[in-house]
Design a protein around this ligand. Sequence first.
Ligand code: BTN
Length: 325
Amino acid sequence: MNRIDVRLLRALLKATSGLSLEELSSDTHLPSELLSERIDALIHEGFDIIRHPILGIQLSSTPSRLIPEDIAARVAPETLLATDILVFQETGSTNDACAKLGVDNAQEGTVVFAESQTSGRGRLGRVWSSKSGEGLWFSVLVRPDWPMADWTRLTLCAALAVRNAVAEATGLNPQIKWPNDIILHGRKLAGILLESRPGAAKTGFVVIGIGLNVGQSAFPEPLQSIATSLQIETGRTFRRAGLAASILTRLDAHYAEAKENFPSILAACTAHSFTLGKPVQIQTGNEVVTGVATEFSESGGLVVRHQDGSLRTIDSGEIILPSAG
Ligand code: BTN
């Protein structure tokens, strides 16, 4: 049974002071008789709600566990990429869970979160540590109607969404390390794993997997020198639902923008790039490409200038040098 009313939660989250039953009723279009029942349901789920005879009804805290309706209530209402939000306590990989839903015709905007992943993975088959409650581990199902050659653009859309959401929440300046890392103070804060199932328009799909380290207070060796979290960088704790909603809202906007005007996404990624302008060594397939990273290509690849001045576009690869740190 769906116990949490998203409209009510959205109204309570938005309010800057207590609301009367009448105000809540007009905000939510719920009759006041139903409201008390819905408020009780929220309290039952762990939301702290103050009901004061004079000051009105006010939300004072929300649970730290991920709750689909809590995320949905924080996403901008017009957001299409959060049509159906699922939260698993534990799953192998949210990318696999999301891909399975994609094969079963789930709609674009289906999002799968997990509190923990038992086989979370990064690019090149690396293990992605995904302990319970420590971060945001989630995957978004997208069915782009663009040419498949351009689906890789979604990595930059996701990177920009994560980068901007983190910048807004922390006041810090994370950078995008092509193709899929978000770097803060020289260490990796987040990673993106794009996996696609080709198919005709709207039957094929892309799973955008996002891992954001939030609440870790330390990383064990050998991760200590290369990974970081929001808690480590700021000394603060963060509500993951708010961060998730901010990322989804931004991803939705960047996805829409990428269809119309991808150069504007490229310009924003360029402004926050860790990679551009630096000498790089990139492993692509069995080859190592050496040169200076000059710009992003139209499909989200990296253009490298060799010493002799010639240019080469790398569609996917792994930057060996410079490392983040
Ligand atoms: C990388 O840095 O190589 C990408 C890391 C991506 C991790 C996320 S966590 C959610 C989703 N599920 C996975 O198994 N991986 C991605």
